[in-house]
Design a binder for this molecule. Structure first.
Ligand SMILES: *Cc1c(COP(=O)(O)O)cnc(C)c1O
Length: 460
């Protein structure tokens, strides 16, 4: 399968090249040239399959031609062997048509492990086949960084640089990144916001001389392979329900929820995709009012969603415009300059047919955590709580509602304790986290200094 850029000016690429490239050379994002569509019977049969088999069914459609079936099966098997539960992404019935899709059973306790563990294996394989080294640079609001380090730490053919916004990630998130005992992992605490970190990563890619020199690549959700791996759990969750569900997704960079759109384009019957945001509500405003406009970034209790520029929204705009790359290229260039984009009516209508959106603030997040604990005896993390708040606000009739639970409550113990008085116990796999030695470099929000730091660490 070939992949094309949302901005229409990069040559089509194969799956393995998309994996290693990250963003497209024209500044756009890769998508399949045409969505593979699964037969109804094939989708229904997923209910009887293991998670790994479901992943193979879906990912082989994309990886065909780049990875042999045996290689793909091996990488999927290795990626999910380290998960705490054999179901990988269990769907928990909370009663009254409400379900929780638990995506936090991987090594770093957030949903990003689901894609990153697989991506890491595929990266190692694709680089080894090509005899290449690569440099991964990732901006993180907290969870991508730890997931990337857990997946890529210690790999012989990769150097990994992770930029997190200094002081704006939870303590567990920071320690997971900075105490990782790997020589090829370099943590940068950037004096700025997540958006500043993401802007620096984008600028490093735009510096093609530097990017080519160090073989720069991205494992953020702009990498289509991340999205591809996340499509799987939409299928496995829906397969066990008796009607097309509403999926409610705590959203930051629009990667996870776009995987839901991808699943629908591949034939999955779903009622609606609900974007749940915290106070950083650019997406809720864009979908509800038709103006995509950045505001100030607020630090919230759900820091992995403290984002004002949602990179993957570009993919949804590409599809909603009928794949109009010429319009999108102009629109994105204007948006980068003015921080504002008025969505044309047809685009808005197309988005509205698929997505709903709502926002909530920290007070509601705490109230929801407390209520779920009181009613169900379960501790949920603040990101899951943002989605749960949106699920309660959404009036969708009789369809089953699936709330994506994106992090383990122990990853955000302060918010959970404030809401419930309970401290969620750290799972055994994280014991010892507080005893590790931290390795991190603080840097100002300055492209030149970040580039110089990266170059100095690569200078062997
Ligand atoms: C990254 C993250 C999100 C947001 O996912 P996007 O793909 O960026 O929309 C939500 N919850 C948690 C816990 C996360 O780590």
């Amino acid at each position: 399968m070939d992949f094309i850029s949302t901005r229409g000016q990069a040559a089509p690429q194969a799956f393995a090249d998309v994996l290693l490239a990250g963003p497209a050379s024209d500044g756009g994002l890769f998508l399949p040239s045409a969505w593979p569509v699964l037969e109804k019977a094939e989708i229904a049969a997923l209910a009887q399959r293991s998670y790994g088999e479901a992943a193979f069914t879906i990912l082989s459609r994309f990886a065909d031609g780049s990875f042999s079936p045996d290689a793909l099966r091996a990488d999927i098997g290795a990626a999910y062997a380290g998960f705490e539960t054999p179901a990988i992404a269990p769907l928990v019935d909370l009663g009254q048509g409400l379900h929780l899709l638990e995506l936090f059973h991987g090594p770093t306790l957030a949903f990003k492990d689901v894609a990153m563990q697989l991506l890491g294996r595929m990266f190692a394989r694709a680089l080894a086949e090509r005899g290449r080294r690569a440099t991964v640079v990732a901006a993180t609001s907290g969870d991508t960084g730890s997931a990337a380090i857990a997946a890529l730490g210690g790999m012989p053919n990769l150097d990994v640089f992770v930029l997190h916004p200094k002081g704006r990630v939870s303590e567990v998130q920071r320690l997971q990144m900075t105490t990782a005992p790997f020589g090829n992992v370099h943590n940068i605490a950037l004096e700025g916001s997540f958006d500043d970190a993401q802007a620096i990563v984008k600028a490093l890619f735009a510096d093609t001389t530097f990017a080519n020199d160090v073989n720069l690549t991205a494992v953020n959700s702009i990498n289509f392979v991340r999205i591809a791996a996340q499509i799987v759990y939409y299928f496995t969750a829906a397969a066990t329900l008796d009607a097309p569900p509403v999926f409610v997704v705590p959203t930051g960079n629009f990667g996870d929820i776009f995987a839901g759109e991808a699943a629908m384009r591949m034939g999955l019957a779903a009622e609606r995709l609900v974007v749940a945001t915290n106070q950083n509500d650019i997406l809720a405003r864009a979908l509800n009012r038709g103006v995509y406009e950045t505001g100030e970034v607020h630090a919230t209790l759900s820091p992995s969603m403290d984002i004002q520029v949602a990179s993957n929204f570009e993919r949804a705009l590409f599809e909603a415009s009928g794949r109009n790359a010429d319009w999108l290229r102009g629109a994105m260039v204007d948006f980068t300059r003015t921080r504002r984009l008025v969505l044309p009516d047809p685009v808005r209508q197309s988005l509205a047919a698929r997505y709903a959106a709502s926002r909530s603030d920290d007070a509601e997040t705490l109230a929801t955590i407390a209520r779920v604990y009181r009613d169900c005896g379960r501790l949920i993390d603040p990101h899951t709580a943002v989605a749960m708040t949106a699920a309660e606000a959404y009036r969708g009739g009789a369809a089953p509602v699936v709330v994506l639970s994106t992090a383990h409550p122990a990853k955000f113990p302060d918010a959970v304790r404030r809401a419930t008085g309970q401290v969620p116990p750290l799972p055994p796999r994280l014991k010892g986290l507080y005893d590790g030695v931290e390795r991190v470099q603080a840097l100002p929000n300055n492209l030149e200094q970040v580039r110089t730091f990266i170059a100095s660490r690569l200078d062997r």
